[in-house]
Ligand binder design. Structure first.
Ligand code: FES
Length: 143
């Protein structure tokens, strides 16, 4: 089965984020910077984000990678903006559970992220989808 077998609507959402990425760029000043590679392919992401009063005030990403990794980064930055650090980390756990095909906590609105659910059927692509989330977790935990 290939990526093209993903549900059409979900695929459209993924391709929209890939072609029109939200929050693409680099934050300057007091932002946190995290660089991470996907070891299986060498693709990379740079995530910059700014925390204020325990919340994600802003987040941007740069990088090179496949449609799944870049759309996931776009969705992730969109989802965590304005969230508390605790909720951003909770979303990361939810996303990880989703990728592993487990039941996941539905108490937070996941928005477009749900479009990536189908990636759980393609084990080789799960690291693509989780790359941006792992970078975010790393940054939060180092803060
Ligand atoms: Fe490299 Fe997806 S193939 S991140």
């Amino acid at each position: 089965m290939s990526f093209n077998n993903l549900d059409t609507l979900y695929r459209q959402v993924i391709m929209d984020h890939y072609k029109n990425p939200r929050n693409k760029g680099v934050l300057e000043d007091d932002s946190l910077t995290v660089n991470m590679n996907n070891p299986t392919c060498g693709d990379r992401i740079q995530l910059t984000f700014k925390l204020e009063d325990g919340k994600v005030a802003d987040a941007k990403f740069e990088g090179e990678g496949c449609s799944i990794s870049m759309s996931s980064a776009s969705m992730m930055t969109q989802a965590i903006k304005g969230k508390t650090v605790e909720d951003a980390l909770k979303m990361s756990t939810i996303f990880s559970d989703m990728m592993l095909g487990k039941d996941y906590d539905e108490s937070l609105d996941l928005g477009d992220i749900e479009a990536l659910q189908g990636v759980s059927q393609f084990p080789a692509r799960i690291k693509c989808a989780t790359l941006a989330w792992k970078a975010m977790e790393k940054g939060m935990k180092e803060e």
